[in-house]
Design a binder for this molecule. Structure first.
Ligand code: SAH
Length: 367
């Protein structure tokens, strides 16, 4: 049975949303605060009134215009005539023993995406998707197996955060753009999402608590640097040299590690934010101490952090995670070269751990 939570709409309202879309209503969650003022339909409305509307949408995260009790009836029905509030429908939710929750959401057009809530001592963190599927083709990743269906809009990214927050009744303080999709392949909507989620009249999430992860699309990394959003940039490196990287990630045929490191340096210079490098350790592929030394050599002099991720085995792929001693040895080599290293804490491994797995397991025909 499908249960709707984001914000709490039911099947019926989803239907009306679909009808709304057919009648060319627009998702109001896609309109930035500054752009709301410029909407012809809202011309002449007082700034404070529009701020109230924005707060209903982005702080109280209501699912219906009728809930905006301090907004006049006339304005509410005007809003309702032109826009809809684009919530998501929860298809399934898996809860791990460690408290991690993995959500499978359905979009109004029937596509499905995943979001993951992780509960830490320092607060709640959500991992959101930026695309339906992905076209980057990384060999170890389940999200890319069916290719890219479409980009998500900023409003659809916001709805993942609002829906989960609404559902648990607790504030979400950290966001990582590490779900399905390549954020830099959808840079305009990602930038809009970042502006809206950090807006002082929205959820006002601290920029420092947001991480954007990329497989290394160099021009968009520079665009993100120039936008000066102050978020943390994580780059999925996964190999110490281009030859190996090309066998794991097709994007390595477009951009070399040296070009990526130059963009990382640019990002640091522009924003003052230390860059993170993700390195998924795969047994017998990239986990040799010699490869750790090559990696350390490459990263020398760069203000960065290395996050080692024991690879999540994906049913459709043949990559295995190395033994603990092997992971520890790799880490030690990097640390001896004065690199800052962490090994990603395992969370939710009992609930379809690897990226994109839940979505694949729960294709529409299965539900
Ligand atoms: N496209 C972006 C963000 C999504 S993936 C990127 O490539 O960074 C988030 C992180 O999970 C990336 O570092 C990605 O390489 C990693 N990842 C994907 N599949 C994985 C798997 N099976 N095991 C471990 N990490 C994986």
């Amino acid at each position: 049975m499908n249960r709707a939570i984001v914000p709490d709409i039911g099947r019926a309202s989803l239907m009306s949303e679909k009808r709304g879309a057919a009648m060319d209503k627009r998702n109001i969650l896609n309109i930035e605060r500054s752009a709301l003022v410029a909407e012809p339909l809202l011309a002449g409305e007082k700034a404070f009134r529009l701020r109230q509307v924005y707060e209903w949408l982005h702080v109280k995260t209501v699912s219906d215009f009728s809930a905006m009790t301090n907004v006049g009836k006339a304005l509410r029905s005007r809003l309702d005539s032109a826009y809809y509030i684009g919530g998501l429908t929860e298809v399934t939710k898996q809860v791990s023993a460690d408290g991690t929750e993995k959500y499978l959401f359905e979009l109004p057009d029937g596509h499905r995406i995943e979001s993951v809530l992780m509960r830490y001592k320092h607060g709640n963190s959500i991992c959101i998707s930026t695309q339906v599927g992905c076209r980057m083709g990384c060999r170890f990743c389940a999200s890319t197996l069916d290719g890219l269906a479409r980009n998500l809009t900023a409003g659809e990214m916001l709805a993942q955060v609002y829906g989960v927050q609404h559902g648990i009744g607790e504030r979400i303080s950290n966001i990582v753009l590490m779900g399905q999709g390549e954020p830099m392949d959808n840079i305009d909507e990602v930038l809009k999402f970042l502006r809206m989620i950090t807006d002082e009249y929205g959820l006002h999430i601290s920029r420092r608590n947001i991480t954007v992860s990329t497989c290394g699309l160099v021009p968009a990394i520079r665009t993100l640097a120039d936008a000066d959003m102050g978020v943390t940039l994580a780059i999925s490196l996964h190999a110490p040299d281009d030859v190996l990287r090309r066998t794991m990630m097709p994007v390595a045929n477009r951009y070399s590690i040296d070009e990526i490191l130059a963009a990382a340096r640019y990002y640091f210079e522009k924003t003052g934010r230390r860059v993170s490098f993700e390195y998924a350790l795969v047994e017998g592929v990239n986990d040799d101490p010699g490869q750790a030394r090559t990696l350390a050599q490459k990263l020398k002099g760069l203000s960065c952090h290395v996050n080692l991720i024991p690879v999540n085995p994906v049913t459709e792929r043949d990559y295995k995670r190395p033994r603990q001693e092997r992971i520890a040895a790799f880490r030690t080599v990097l640390e001896r070269q004065s690199l800052n290293v962490t090994v990603r804490r395992e969370m939710g491994t009992d609930i379809d751990g690897a990226c994109g797995q839940l979505r694949r397991r729960m294709k529409p025909a299965d539900v």
